[in-house]
Design a protein around this ligand. Sequence first.
Ligand code: ADP
Ligand code: MG
Length: 841
Amino acid sequence: MSRMTVDFGIDLGTTNSTIGVLRDNEVEIVKNNEGLEYTPSSVFIDKNGAVVVGRRAKERLETDSQNAYAEFKLQMGTNAEHIFARSGRRMKPEELSAEVLKSLKDDVKQRLGEEVNAAVITVPAAFELPQCKATYAAAQLAGITFSPLVQEPIAAAMAYGFHRVQDEKVFWLVYDLGGGTFDAAVMQVNEGVIHVVNHGGDNHLGGKLIDWAIVEQLLVPALTRERRLSDFRRGNPKWGKAIAKLKQAAEQAKIRVSRDRTTEIMLESLCLDDDGDPVDFEYELRKADVERMAEPFVLRSINICRKVLSERKLNVNNVGKVILVGGPTLMPYLRERLADPKEGLGIPLDFTVDPLTIVARGAAIYAGTQRNENTIIMPVSAGQYALELEYKPIGLEPEFDLGGRVIAGEGQSLDGFTVEFVNERAQKPWRSGRVAVGADGSFMATLWAEPDHQNTFRIELRDAVGNAHETVPDSLEYGFGMVVSNPPLIYSIGVALANNEVRVFFEKGTPLTAPIPVRKRFVQKLAYRIAKGQEGETIRIPVVEGEHKKADRNKLIGYLEISAAQIKRDLPAGTEVEVTIEINQSRLVRARAFIALLGERGQEFETELNMEKSIPDTSEMAKEIEQEKLRLEEVRRKLYATGDAGAVPILEKIDGEKMVEEVESSLDAALVDRDAADKCQNRLLNLKATVDELEEALMLPGLLAEAQEMIEWTEEVVTKLGKPPDQRKFEQMKRELLLAMNGRAVNPTVVSRKIEQMDSLRLSVLMARTEWWVDYFLHLEKMRDEMTNQAQAEQLFVQGRRAIESGAGDIEGVKNACRQLLQLLPARQQQTVGRFKSTLM
Ligand code: ADP
Ligand code: MG
């Protein structure tokens, strides 16, 4: 197979190396012979002179240090030489790297049957020309004759789709902690191209140092406490083998506690002690110990990041996110530490792409945009025609231009020749029509590709009388998208709830990587009773896309609806509904609802929603825009009347950004243009959210008064009727609420939430008393006529009365009666909040 684009991407790492390949716009990491996605960059020459790369070589580093080497990447571009004692072979760093590359090539050969002769190779941001040249040389030695280089942080950022970020003021920080090196790079996008604007690092900082700290500070002291082992230390050749075993065990245990809280290290007959007795070593390694060992290194890395930022006069607010690269970033402790606003960087972290393979992934993505120069085959054999093609093999548009030249054999004329391109496998096969070839063989054509997948165009060359001639190459490829294998989710996806909040299922940026489909499940509850068969009644589950806290400020993807006719029994309020959302590669969203209460084994309902094809309805939007304008005018009047200072900047933003005008003008365009309709919808949602903000700001005085009132009421109830724990809880809540009310920037949402919390405390104190339930029961008695099952209701009224009159105050009996009576009230059309009218809570 001769690829038109490079497609292979290699992370030639200091500790580990990985190769990825772009297949059908998707990155696949090619596993090595041991089934692992990364291969240690270690080289060993065995007794027979055979070169061994990978895990087996790594295991020799400590035990056979004269015949095994690693970390030669650090010496690339220097004249260092590594001597393999047994075989006497001397190897330069690029030769050692070439062995690693060959090993990766062999894995591809074995897994995919393909010979890699072109690959993008990544290099650290700090690599200068000599180091890059050495990397090229390594590629050449390995038979990779075409090897564009790309910087590691750029590849990593590409794997997160950074090149598609529109905002050029956004910076990202790539935090790459490897086995022995640390790199921090600040990135920025300029016209779709990613740049490293500053970088820093430390070549002696990485996972390996944690392993050694574990060995030296934990394992060796424990071992020498138990047994007589004189001068047992790293660097004493006498104990080399034992130390090597400890180091390997420490690394593996360290990796295990990234997931588990504690792990066992067990080494049988590690060595012989001074008395000649075999030593069996057991040690329980705790997560906390590893964290303690890692802390100084983490701190160092944070300081480097701070420096890298301050050198560019950037503060944490300028940086959109930190992306994590490298094995040690899998440690939960490291992530918490980095995310901490005071002690860490305080910048949101992203680690949704596997930090061990991310660089190779990004490299493969980049490789998909690089034309494979190896596939231009010349010179031409008799009767064959060579083609030189000039075009971008990956783009965003279905139409693309192509230039080229036909190269004929010696003395052959191209008079009257034509070339035609045929997109045969498109659903509607497409032909370019015959394009004339100039006397010098050159031609120009515009081709059409079918969106959303890889297109192959067959090339037909004909002479003046219409006979077809063979060409090299005989086809060309064109793919869609800005190459990213699996563009991550651009928006969060969730379910709108009855109170107009969102239950987020997938955060924005979630990669749609294997195993596809991605799937998540949450158990929600019915917000109100649904009676079976009731006309017009449905369980409505709205699936939305967007970042707004208010559900209906987000885009509706669609509904999963279950009509009352489909259910076989009444479902009380609070019935559990297990909602599953699934997204596949083509971004089809499947929503499922499972209700255990239905039937013996429960019942499942399902629907498929399409995220991409929902064209917003322009007439609906037109109506909403009018509503929004009215709402805005009303708030504006209120604002002028009260002169509330807090709300002024928000109004200024609406006016300054000409939000209303923007929405209106995009509505006009939306009538003819699909893109504008999307834009209109987005802007409209944005306008709504900003008017919300304005309303909230104006409601603040009212809200604060409400809060004050709530404090007073609750105080009264708790003092009179509460128990000591209620009192304490109240005091705490009061402190928090006052703090929220008196802060510099009052957040209305927080204040409302605290009011609600206090209200439920008040209610719970009240509800602990028989009197409250008796009152409630009396209230229900007044609704006697509305009960849907009169006979049953009568029975419950009798039961309740009896409980009340039992003298001892049978609170449970009263409660029970109340609860059951509640279910007998007609399924009321509960007022749900928000446009989407969700049935779930
Ligand atoms: P490099 O970029 O130097 O080639 P890697 O990114 O492959 O290095 O990182 C290798 C390091 O990551 C090793 O020190 C290894 O112990 C460590 N590592 C791998 N997986 C984990 C894990 N789950 N938790 C902690 N450390 C890990
Ligand atoms: Mg690395």
